[in-house]
Design a protein around this ligand. Structure first.
Ligand SMILES: [Fe+2]
Length: 188
């Protein structure tokens, strides 16, 4: 297996963070009303860019194009999974609220074309993710999810919440690759 990118911590400028935080909090309320707790909601790129004009300009300058945006509001761990979001292979994950005692584990990449139920790919991941038998995955790294990161969503990952509070996170899904996104955000 050649080199691959798993994750990278990034600094989000304060004015951008403030705008994204307000966006995340508005959807936290909507998620609570519509679904109860522990859900995520795709908002669409257009909605995000309209409501976050400072961020929109910032991303335009950095030549980052948004495919979609999700707001997560979770109380529990996620399953180990690979994202099935079309048109995007990485995420800029920005924690908004209650990220004390939470972390993400990243596992050795799995070839989804070769994986089947006898190996580690489980059925029933829904349309949003491929999930895995976790005891068959090999841990690569962990990161502190109280910090903003770029995450390669195409390798297996699992988020942990060791509190009973809702973690609220805004997840921006660029059309750009991990490397392009990383370069664009490096100078912040
Ligand atoms: Fe994911």
């Amino acid at each position: 297996m050649g080199h691959f990118y798993a994750f990278e911590y990034v600094n989000i400028p304060q004015n951008i963070f403030t705008e994204i935080k307000a966006f995340g909090e508005s959807y936290e309320k909507i998620i609570k009303e519509q679904y109860g707790y522990s859900k995520f909601h795709w908002t669409g790129a257009h909605d995000f860019l309209c409501k976050c004009p400072i961020t929109a300009r910032w991303m335009q300058i950095k030549k980052l194009e948004i495919n979609d945006v999700a707001v997560f509001s979770h109380t529990e761990h996620s399953p180990a999974h690979v994202d099935r979001k079309e048109g995007s292979t990485c995420a800029i994950n920005i924690p908004i609220k209650n990220f004390a005692n939470s972390q993400v584990e990243i596992y050795h990449p799995v070839d989804l074309h070769k994986a089947d139920s006898s190996f580690c790919l489980k059925k029933g991941g829904g349309t949003n993710a491929y999930t895995f038998d976790e005891d068959k995955l090999v841990l690569l790294e962990k990161y502190d999810s109280s910090q903003s990161v770029i995450l390669n969503t195409q390798i297996p990952h699992k988020s942990f919440n060791f509190t009973n509070k809702n973690r609220v996170m805004v997840s921006i899904r660029p059309k750009n690759s991990f490397v392009e996104t990383s370069r664009a955000l490096r100078d912040e």
